[in-house]
Every structure is written in structure tokens, then in C-alpha cells.
Design a binder for this molecule. Structure first.
Ligand code: HEM
Length: 129
């Protein structure tokens, strides 16, 4: 338990095994599971289908904690990109990484589902969309 926390702190960049923890056991979270982490004492964000626990970063954020809390428990990709964050900011993200959005819950998958529904509806008239 303590080891894991240490690994996370130490895995800030170079050195052997720095990518190990991220690659070894990727955790997948559903949007439902992510949504509950929406308070200042427990804050998760989704950026590009990756999940970040940014609780400890709130006070450090140069853009303030307010904007982060507005997106807490949800997808902040658009706002993150709108700001045009620096490479430094993108690298900072890595240390807060906790997992990935469940494949079923990704936007791409969703639009594929929507497309299937439209096709099905077209093929079978009267089917509720
Ligand atoms: C965990 C994810 C985030 C990290 C690591 C992060 C990091 C940073 C960093 C390092 C800066 C300084 C400028 C730069 O290097 O680009 C910054 C600025 C800023 N961020 Fe974020 N940011 C994150 C998420 C967000 C989100 C989701 C929003 C908007 C909803 C946001 C809004 C801003 C704004 C408005 C500034 C500009 C502050 C200023 O220059 O006055 N950030 N952020």
C-alpha cells in the first residue's frame, strides 16, 4: 500500500520502470464511477479518455481550482484544450493518472452506437430511436 504511493510519487519522468505502473495494470472506470469524484476533497477529471485524480493539484493550478471543480467527475477535454495548455501542463497530467475511461463509455463508441441506432431505425420503420 505504502509502496504503491511511493512508486507514484517517484514515477515523475525518467529512470527505469517509470512507465511500468501505467502500462502494467491499466484500470478502466465507467463514467458512473468517475462521476462520484466530484468534490474538492476527491476530484477526478477525464482528459482525452484518461482519468486523473487531481485532488492534490487543485491548489496548485495556475488557472485556479474553481475551473477544475466545475468539471469535477466529468470530461474536461474541451476546456483543457480551449485554454491551450503548455507542454509542461500536459506532462504534469501524468503524475495524476489513475486509469482510462471504460471502452463502452468513450465518445467514439457512443457515436458509433448512435449511428447503429440510426441505421436500425431506418431499416425497421416504427422502431423507437
Ligand atoms: C489536471 C489538468 C490540468 C493541468 C495539469 C493544468 C495545468 C495548468 C498549467 C501548468 C497552467 C499554466 C499555463 C500553462 O503551462 O499552460 C494552467 C493554466 C490555466 N489553466 Fe489549467 N490545467 C489543467 C486543467 C484545466 C482545466 C480543466 C481548465 C479549464 C476548465 C484549466 C484552465 C486554465 C486556465 C484558464 C489557465 C490560465 C491561467 C492564467 O494564465 O491566468 N486548466 N493550467
Amino acid at each position: 500500500m505504502g509502496d504503491e504511493a511511493n512508486d507514484k510519487l517517484l514515477n515523475t519522468g525518467d529512470g527505469p520502470g517509470s512507465e511500468k505502473s501505467a502500462v502494467e495494470d491499466v484500470k478502466y472506470y465507467t463514467l458512473e464511477e468517475i462521476r462520484v469524484h466530484n468534490m474538492s476533497t476527491d476530484t477526478w477529471l477525464i482528459i482525452h479518455d484518461k482519468v486523473y485524480d487531481i485532488t492534490g493539484f487543485l491548489e496548485e493550478h495556475p488557472g485556479g481550482e474553481e475551473v477544475l471543480l466545475e468539471q469535477a467527475g466529468a470530461d474536461a477535454t474541451e476546456s483543457f484544450e480551449d485554454v491551450g495548455h503548455s507542454t509542461d501542463a500536459r506532462e504534469m497530467l501524468e503524475q495524476y493518472y489513475v486509469g482510462e475511461v471504460h471502452l463502452d463509455d468513450r465518445k467514439k463508441e457512443k457515436s458509433k452506437d448512435a449511428m447503429l441506432r440510426i441505421q436500425r431505425k431506418a431499416a425497421i420503420p416504427g422502431l423507437p430511436g
